[in-house]
Design a protein around this ligand. Structure first.
Ligand code: FE2
Length: 284
């Protein structure tokens, strides 16, 4: 698949890395420039996380064209499938007047491969397509399979009924492409927990698919921690009980790797949201 990054609202900085991202740089670095670098195929060395990222189920709510409740297409190119037709800012939809409900978050990722136990040096993966899909602030997906779910569900602690509603201003899924250092960035909102079965609530989570040259599609999920997040005590409780995160095939170290800490941006460059950073190390 050709790797392109059209109409991205947000871009990670190409020279100083993810920790040096500034609003000025977001504005200055054009998507076209980044796209060119991302398709150059240059891999750079980077420090490795200690474990590979655990693959996790795609789940039932991947937004294939035929199954979404209402299509969202920000790209004019009708030949693109819906999952590829949106950008990396999920907090609004082009042409609509409102903003998505919920706590704004930024997800800064880096895609890596390789590394040895001796050197702990990885190769960055430029030009990888990264897809994100998730529930909205009330725990609902844009997916026909989710419409049949109860419109209300009891809060897991208080029992108070929570209404699950569509958010007409939330983008629900997005796409971006990694830069030459393997970095990517999404702006989105903290999804709600939601009931998955009797006595099982999924904790808030983000779904990712990474398509990188030379690797099979990699699908995983990330979770939330950090005292600045709303309802963090409940989130931690649900994290502890989640059957997907706590799969015994996933080592405790790998589990911790996908529980991403969110906090106000220390450099105060992304002041309207909480920022989380995660490395995805793909197995060779
Ligand atoms: Fe999910």
């Amino acid at each position: 698949m050709q790797q392109t990054m059209p109409h991205n609202h947000l871009s990670s900085d190409t020279t100083e890395g993810i920790h040096q991202l500034t609003r000025r740089q977001l504005l200055q670095v054009s998507a076209g420039t980044l796209g060119l670098l991302a398709t150059s195929g240059i891999s750079l060395a980077a420090l490795c996380p200690s474990v590979t990222t655990p693959p996790q189920t795609r789940g039932p709510f991947f937004p294939y064209d035929q199954v979404v409740s209402f299509p969202i297409r920000e790209e004019d190119d009708e030949s693109l499938p819906l999952i590829l037709s949106n950008d990396n800012d999920l907090t609004f939809i082009k042409g609509k007047p409102g903003k998505a409900q919920g706590q704004i978050i930024y997800f800064r990722g880096q895609v890596l491969s390789g590394g040895t136990s001796d050197s702990k040096v990885c190769q960055t993966i430029p030009g990888a397509t990264v897809l994100l899909w998730q529930a909205n602030f009330s725990g609902r997906y844009n997916h026909k399979g989710d419409v049949s779910s109860p419109q209300h569900f009891p809060h897991p602690k208080t029992g108070k009924l929570i209404e699950r509603v569509q958010d007409d201003y939330f983008q629900y899924w997005g796409k971006t492409v990694t830069d030459e250092q393997g970095y990517f960035l999404f702006k989105t909102i903290l999804p709600s927990f939601y009931p998955a079965a009797d006595d099982w609530y999924r904790p808030p989570h983000l779904h990712f698919s990474i398509q990188a040259k030379g690797h099979p599609e990699f699908v995983t999920q990330t979770y939330f921690k950090g005292d600045a997040l709303p309802n963090i005590a409940l989130i931690q409780d649900l994290n502890a009980k989640d059957w997907i995160l706590r799969n015994p095939k996933i080592s405790p170290t790998q589990q911790e790797q996908v529980i991403v800490e969110y906090a106000p941006d220390q450099a105060q460059n992304l002041q309207d949201g909480l920022v989380g950073t995660c490395q995805f190390l793909l197995a060779e």
